[in-house]
Design a binder for this molecule. Structure first.
Ligand SMILES: [Zn+2]
Ligand SMILES: [Zn+2]
Ligand SMILES: [Zn+2]
Length: 409
């Protein structure tokens, strides 16, 4: 049996997130998606931390659940673990570095120690994802000092502006970033714009297990990526699985082309280039003459030391490439994924067949086809990896389609 987790998410207290992103909403959507455990996100934020303490109860395996009366009221239940994303911005070796990290702690006590320490360093009140002028190495030290079993997973490690290996403000290796404490990093988040196969091109990443998470800013986006385990996930089994591989299965992935920073380009100039084309233009935008935003594919190529992709035998997991169900319905109906009739159809499907991850991966195609022949065909193609890709660039999402335009007229 597979268990699905989504470990990097946000609350309504992070910038640019949905206003109704509270714990109940997260639980309801986690159930619709078929997740077994999610992060709380944003636990350093005072108001969110109060909500966590008020509405959740802790088990001794490092997980939390909504109080029974709340679960009953909303008809949903999910396990949480305490997580927060931290953005560090600082100068190192004459370059400005901006790195995002997902922090995990096993209990309220460690969370409190960590929050209080950060409160003396910077502002944790204005944003659920605090921005601190702190060296990443020192952030990791603070995490480790907050108590036993607290840890960091570097977030979306390839995005150009805000990640450990990003082209604009990252480093060339995990070790350059976390220095003498690097051994405490054992997992990396691939982010929406890269998939495990791309990461396997860089041999110095072989020792890390790869995780994927939604980084959702609204609850309906949960599980668009996820990390999969084959043992019941709790705080400690997740650490064990990510450190040793015991219980680690792999990841649910976006097709990386769908991510906002897959290829290179300029959104304003409407220029999207492959790594080869970027080289031809010497990294300069042919429209405005300014440096292009170098995407994840180029950056992986730059750090790659392998001609052929080799699956690291010790750490590699399975890869499940999916497209969110709302997007598939939206393509079939020819209207936006947030529109009402997509929502109605989505709810109908969840009520008929069960959770979204089940529908996308396991419900027999014949059964889905009885409900909608087009949807059956779409999901059949998805399961075979027969998709049509248009790459994202410079903050613009890419598109993954299952039908040619003329098939849907
Ligand atoms: Zn981030
Ligand atoms: Zn995030
Ligand atoms: Zn331009």
């Amino acid at each position: 049996m597979y268990y699905y987790t989504d470990l990097h998410i946000h609350s309504k207290y992070s910038r640019a997130t949905s206003k109704n992103l509270n714990l109940e909403e997260l639980a309801i959507w986690a159930n619709k998606k078929g997740l077994n455990l999610i992060g709380t996100g944003d636990f350093t934020h005072p108001a969110w931390f109060e909500e966590i303490k008020e509405k959740l109860i802790q088990a001794d395996d490092g997980t939390f659940k909504l109080k029974p009366e709340i679960e009953k009221q909303i008809g949903a239940n999910i396990k949480f673990i305490l997580t927060v994303e931290i953005s560090t911005i600082y100068k190192k070796w004459d370059k400005t570095r901006k790195v995002h990290h997902v922090v995990f702690v096993p209990n309220i006590k460690s969370a409190d120690i960590f929050r209080k320490k950060l409160d003396t360093i910077g502002n944790i009140k204005s944003d659920g994802r605090p921005i601190l002028g702190l060296d990443s190495r020192n952030l990791l030290e603070t995490v480790l000092e907050s108590g036993e079993n607290s840890f960091i997973i570097p977030a979306h490690i390839w995005t150009p502006w805000f990640s450990v290996l990003g082209s604009k403000s990252g480093f060339d290796s995990i070790e350059d970033c976390y220095e003498d404490l690097s051994e405490h990093i054992f997992a990396l988040e691939t982010g929406l714009s890269s998939d495990p196969e791309m990461n396997w091109q860089v041999s110095k990443l072989d020792r890390f297990r790869l995780v994927s998470n939604s980084d959702a800013h609204s609850a309906s986006k949960l599980a668009r990526e996820a990390t999969v385990f084959d043992i019941e996930p709790n705080y400690y089994s997740i650490i064990e699985a990510l450190k040793t591989g015991k219980g680690y299965t792999g990841t649910v992935e976006f097709f990386p082309e769908e991510g906002k920073y897959h290829e290179d380009g300029h959104r304003k100039c409407n220029i999207c280039l492959t790594p080869e084309e970027t080289k031809k233009y010497n990294g300069i935008c042919p429209v405005c003459g300014k440096p292009l935003t170098i995407g994840v594919l180029s950056r992986v190529n730059e750090l790659s030391d392998r001609k052929e992709i080799i699956k690291p035998p010790k750490t590699a997991g399975k890869v499940f490439s999916l497209v969110p169900l709302q997007e598939i319905i939206s393509e079939i109906k020819g209207i936006g994924p947030a529109s009402k009739s997509v929502t109605i159809e989505y709810e109908k499907l969840i009520n008929t067949f069960g959770a979204e991850l089940e529908i996308l991966q396991n419900i027999p195609i014949e059964e889905i086809s009885k409900h909608s022949a087009l949807l059956g065909e779409a999901i059949s193609r998805l399961r075979q990896g027969k998709v049509i890709k248009k790459a994202g660039f410079d903050g613009e999402y890419g598109e993954i389609k299952l039908f040619n335009k003329n098939e849907l007229i």
